[in-house]
Design a protein around this ligand. Structure first.
Ligand code: NAP
Length: 298
């Protein structure tokens, strides 16, 4: 059990802005890492209604918070209040980490670097790889940004809603004119022919996430080739049906917890200037995931 931090007037504060935030893993993950480094810091969930984003940010500044993470539905809404944006936030169109320093808000998207570091940790270097990204929501934008930055040979976005997929590809292609970015409809037929054309498949849809744990973006009657690496951004459950079937087929799999932990670690470094223990953060998440509360989120 992590020690409960003793909070004083000197404690540095960070938190999570979202709606809802009651089931977030982030407070446990960050507080465990603060405790392990002996830092007088605390991380608190901050439920913010959709209409209250501007007031919440003023409140953060007024209350001398060092920063915050941002989750659904506020990742886009906070952007207009930032004094500066990192490339990752500007190009993906979303902020998930805020640092408040010298009276200014800096906005970052640490999902992209978190995703890349989770691949690296799993000994998967996307440079030169042919990659298929399933989904075209906020997480997919961060993943495509990260893959293009890392020098993937080609990136194919497959999405159920064609307009959204085509929009993501058009947007990111403008930011990465030298990358090969294409869009295809997410259908059983398009998945069936992937085996000869890709090295890595990433599920960036929400399909398979609790409570719909029986669902998979990859139909059961389409085989999963053992020569492809399958990665899922969903981490609740830790092993989705998508990953379980890929593993059963003999393929290498990468779950979504690594991305969650590494995006958190990068935010931690921005705020504190120190590197947290990835293992402590992962263990804190795992104990929450195993606690019986199935409703956890970032
Ligand atoms: N591991 C991590 O650190 C991490 C970080 C961020 C997100 N995530 C996870 O990534 C997932 C996506 O998050 P997000 O923020 O990108 O969500 P989002 O913006 O709401 O996008 C959801 C995506 O899933 C697709 N989708 C939803 N239901 C579908 C279905 N029944 N069949 C086919 N496609 C479907 C949507 O397609 P349409 O466009 O057709 O609706 C869209 O592409 C979530 O499970 C989230 O928990 C994990």
């Amino acid at each position: 059990m992590p020690k409960t931090p003793s909070i004083t007037g000197k404690t540095s504060l960070v938190g999570l802005i979202g709606w809802p935030v009651a089931h977030s893993l982030s407070p446990s993950m960050h507080n465990a890492a603060f405790a392990e480094l002996g830092l007088d810091w605390a991380y608190v969930p901050l439920p913010v209604r959709p209409d209250d984003v501007a007031q919440a940010l003023k409140g953060l500044a007024a209350l001398s918070f060092v920063g915050a993470n941002v989750t659904v539905p506020h990742k886009q809404a906070v952007m207009r209040y930032m004094d500066e944006l990192s490339d990752s936030a500007r190009i993906t169109g979303a902020v998930n980490t805020i640092h408040y320093q010298n009276g200014k808000f800096s906005g970052y998207n640490t999902d992209a670097i978190g995703f890349l570091n989770s691949l690296k940790e799993a000994n998967c270097d996307p440079q030169g790889m042919r990659v298929a990204v399933l989904g075209a929501g906020g997480a997919a934008r961060a993943v495509v940004f990260a893959l293009a930055r890392a020098g993937a040979d080609s990136i194919t976005v497959l999405n159920r809603t064609a307009e959204r997929g085509a929009f993501l590809v058009g947007d990111l292609a403008a930011a990465f004119p030298n990358s090969s970015l294409t869009f295809e409809a997410l259908t059983p037929e398009s998945l069936a022919v992937l085996d000869s054309t890709v090295d890595l498949v990433i599920n960036s849809t929400s399909v398979g996430m609790y409570p719909h744990v029986e669902a998979s973006p990859w139909p059961a009657d389409v085989s999963m080739p053992a020569n492809i690496i399958f990665c899922d951004l969903v981490y609740n459950p830790l092993e989705t049906v998508f990953l379980a079937r890929a593993r059963a087929a003999g393929a290498k799999t990468i779950d979504g917890l690594g991305m969650l932990v590494h995006q958190g670690a990068y935010a931690f470094e921005k705020w504190t200037g120190q590197s947290p223990s990835i293992d402590v953060m992962r263990q804190a998440c795992l104990s929450k995931l195993k606690s019986g509360n199935k409703q956890v989120s970032d």
